[in-house]
Structure formats: C-alpha cells, structure tokens
Design a binder for this molecule. Structure first.
Ligand SMILES: [Zn+2]
Ligand SMILES: [Zn+2]
Length: 489
C-alpha cells in the first residue's frame, strides 16, 4: 500500500480528534509539489547527466531557500540561460576559471585530465574539494545577509556559492563567450539559481513541522498538568498520616509500572525512547499484571479508584500523542525520501539538520517518550518511596534501625553489630575506619521515623527477624517468630 494511503488509514484508525487530523503532515499535497518540482527542473533544462549540481537549503528567519548551483559546459549554459530568461528567473552566472586556464587543452574530451572534471553523479563533496583547491577568499557578507541569516546548512559551501571564483583575473563574460568553444562539454560556467516549486515544497514542509511542533508542546503541557493532578490525588490517598490509606497498593502499582518501562527504557541494551508499538505492548502487560494481582480491588478509598482511572486515561493519551508524533515523523522522512528519489538531490540529509538548528523545533528528535518518562518519574512516581531505595547494602533488607557512620554511609544496626564483633573497622562501602567508633549516637532518628512511617510492614518484618536472630544467638536454635510468647524482647 502506498504510504499516503497507509498514513491516512492509520490516522483514521486511531480515532483522533479533528484538531489533530488537521495538524498531520499533508503528505498528499507535498507529493503534488514534488511532481511540480520535477517538471520545473525539466523545463529549466537541469539534467544530472551533463552537469555538476550542488544543492543547498538555507533558512533566513522563517523562510526556506533552496539554491541550485550548476557547473555547466558552454553549450548547456546557453540553453539553460535561454530558458531561465524566457521563464523569468533571477540567476547568477560566473565563469568557473580564468581565460588562460580555460584554453581548450585538446580535442580529446575523454582524457579526463582537467582538474574540474567530475564524475556524472557529482555530489556536494566533490564541489567542496573543488572549492578548497581554488582557495577562495570569503567576501564580507552584505548588511542584508548579516542581518537576516539565521542559520544555514553548510555555511562554507553557501559562502562559496556567493564568492566570485576568480576575483582578479575574471574577464568580462563577453570575452569568454568569444574565447570558448561552444561545443566544449567541460564545465565552464557556474549558474546559481533559486527555483520556485522546491522552495514551495520546503516552505510548506517547514511550516507543517513548525505547527506540529507547537501542537506537540501543547500536548506535553497538558500531560504535565494532568500528571500533577493525579499526583495530588495519589499523595492524598497514600499518605501514611491518615490511618485508612492506600500506600501499599499504590506503591505496588507504581513499582510494576516502573518495571514495565513503558515509554522509556533505562535497561542498558535497549536504553532510550521506545517505539510506539513496544510501548503499547508493555502498557498492555502492565494492565494485565495489575489485573492479575487484583490491585484495584485492594483499594480502600474510592478516590484511589478514581485516581487509577485517571492514571490509565493519562497513559492512553500519552500513547496516542506519541503514536501521532511517530507517524508524522515517518511521513516527514518518507516525503523527503520521495523528493530525493525524484530530484536526485540530498534533502533527506540537509533538511532535518536545518530544522534541528532551530532551537524551538525538536520534534524530529522524537524526544517525547523521554520527556514524558521524566515528568512521570519526578512528579508522580517519586511521591511514593520504594523500599529498594532504603535497603541496607549488607543484608539487602530495609535498613532498620539505621546507623549512619561518620563517613555518611548507612547500615542496619544488626549488620553493624556483626561488623563490630569481627572488629572490622572499615566501612564496607568506602573503606574508611569508622565502624568501631559507631555507637547509639549514630542512630539516624529521623530516618528511623521515616522508615517506620512509609514502610511499616517491612520494618515490622525486620524487627521480627532481628528478634529471631537474637534468640538464635542466645539459645542456638530458631523459633517461629510468630509464636510471640517465646520471643525474648
Ligand atoms: Zn543490614
Ligand atoms: Zn562509608
């Protein structure tokens, strides 16, 4: 299926609001302009077979300007100039070399010895080499250029285009015309011209991308506000200061959510923004797990259920936005590829670079997944502390009661007592000799209160384990910690 159709079909399937559909890249219209560009190139007589063509795209404020530079033989020059005049284009024409250098060397055109001879598919890089060879001095930009040039791709090449090739020895064009053999097919002139249809194409594409970028920013702001709203709900329903709260249920949900890595992966091999298809699958799996563990049924508060519904709607909206964005980025890439295929220019390399130089436009970098991921983590998921961040590095259970050594590292009291018994003076993390001097003054009371508040179940379990261990030390065997009557306090 042709991309234009696929694009429309997928957009339609997503059941997006009309406002979104209007912002989608107008792929079909752009494709029509490509056809016009091809006709224009034909009518001007630009053909890759007999000339060296360099294509540049620059941007003056919000105006995109493609510039075509052709190194042509005297015969082609006459034909092209005639067409350009007839069609009313503004163009510049310069001799490529001075008269003395341009003396026809011989009738043997196949010899391939002249330095300007370039292969048929001459590219930008061959022209660049050519410019280096000529050691052109860059002229001072005119006031107009200085004021208006915001950015341009390959600045050196552009200035090269504006530079008279031979500043001192260039003869008048009249004398060249008389001196050259019009049937010599060596490149002899350089014609610089801006055509109309390709300019229209890039201008339209640029404006579409700009609008899409604004639209994306708006969606991101909406999502940020939404995240804040949900964060307020979750903070309220999970507060341990209220007796009836859903702290553990929300913690579990967020833990599963983070492990699911829905929009952004932090795992080494696949680090980075994920494709929309992957995000959708991972989101589906996240919901399955929530369902399997019956977490929603565990909510004690009705606000929690409302909050979870909002959280689901938020995620589904993010999936929609990022899918819309990914589709448009694909459309942009496809249309540039089409342009290049039809014209043989290299806009797919040039144009995205030009756009990315615009600080306000970052849509092509597809950074939404990353942005959303960090908003989610910082504003919402971090509201509920996860026990993994409060583990003792030795026993890997919650660091209760927390002893903060003079080096700043924190361990649970049991592990520290064991170190002291072995007269291990060095901190296991930083090797500073701080263990032996630690005593009850090193008990981090505020941390202890915090752990007790946010991890009451883990703390209780840890205490029970500690008691079990003490009992074992004293009596040499383990008793069931649940058999409370036996425990020595
Ligand atoms: Zn420990
Ligand atoms: Zn330390």
């Amino acid at each position: 299926m042709k991309f234009a159709k696929t694009f429309q079909k997928v957009l339609a399937e997503e059941t997006l609001p009309d406002e979104w559909m209007e912002k989608a890249i107008r792929y079909k219209s752009l494709k029509k302009i490509i056809n016009k560009t091809v006709s224009e190139l034909e009518s001007v007589g630009v053909s890759r077979n007999d000339m060296t063509i360099n294509y540049e795209i620059s941007k003056l404020k919000r105006r995109i300007r493609p510039v075509l530079t052709m190194n042509v033989s005297p015969l082609s020059e006459a034909l092209i100039v005639d067409k350009l005049d007839t069609l009313g284009y503004n163009y510049e024409i310069k001799p490529l070399k001075s008269q003395s250098q341009s003396e026809p060397e011989s009738d043997d055109h196949e010899s391939g010895t002249t330095e300007l001879e370039t292969p048929e598919n001459s590219s930008y890089s061959t022209l660049q080499k050519f410019s280096d060879k000529l050691q052109v001095q860059l002229p001072e930009p005119t006031m107009d250029d200085r004021a208006s040039v915001e950015s341009s791709i390959e600045a050196s090449a552009v200035s090269f285009l504006k530079t008279p090739i031979s500043t001192t020895t260039a003869p008048s064009s009249a004398s060249i015309v008389t001196a050259v053999n019009p049937f010599d097919d060596e490149p002899f002139y350089q014609i610089t011209v801006s055509l109309h249809e390709d300019a229209k194409f890039f201008q339209m594409l640029y404006e579409e991308i700009e609008a899409l970028n604004d639209f994306s920013d708006e969606r991101e702001n909406e999502i940020t506000d939404w995240v804040e709203k949900i964060a307020d709900i979750v903070a309220k329903v999970s507060s341990p200061e209220v007796r009836k709260n859903d702290l553990y249920t929300w913690r579990k949900i967020f833990q599963i959510y983070m492990d699911s890595q829905i929009f952004f992966s932090t795992i080494e091999q696949s680090a980075g923004v994920l494709s929309n298809a992957t995000s959708k699958i991972r989101y589906g799996k996240f919901l399955e797990k929530i369902e399997k563990e019956k977490l929603v049924q565990h909510f004690k508060l009705k606000e929690s259920l409302d909050g979870f519904m909002e959280f689901k709607a938020l995620n589904e909206s993010i999936l929609k936005v990022s899918n819309f964005q990914a589709l448009n980025i694909m459309a942009i890439s496809k249309i540039l590829k089409k342009f290049d295929k039809r014209t043989h220019f290299k806009s797919k390399e040039l144009f995205p670079l030009l756009i990315q130089k615009s600080e306000q436009i970052d849509i092509l970098q597809n950074s939404m997944g990353r942005d959303i991921g960090s908003i989610m983590t910082n504003r919402l998921l971090n509201i509920i502390p996860q026990v993994d961040d409060y583990l003792c590095p030795i026993c890997c259970s919650v660091a209760y009661k927390p002893i903060r050594l003079d080096c700043g590292h924190l361990f649970c009291v049991r592990c520290l007592v064991k170190l002291q018994r072995k007269t291990e003076d060095r901190c296991p993390l930083c090797r500073q000799p701080v263990v032996m001097k630690a005593d009850q003054r090193n008990l981090d009371l505020s941390q202890m209160a915090y752990l007790k508040m946010y991890f009451p179940k883990e703390v209780k379990k840890k205490q029970a384990e500690n008691e079990k261990e003490i009992f074992k030390e004293q009596y040499g065997h383990v008793v069931d910690p649940d058999a409370k009557a036996c425990i020595i306090m």
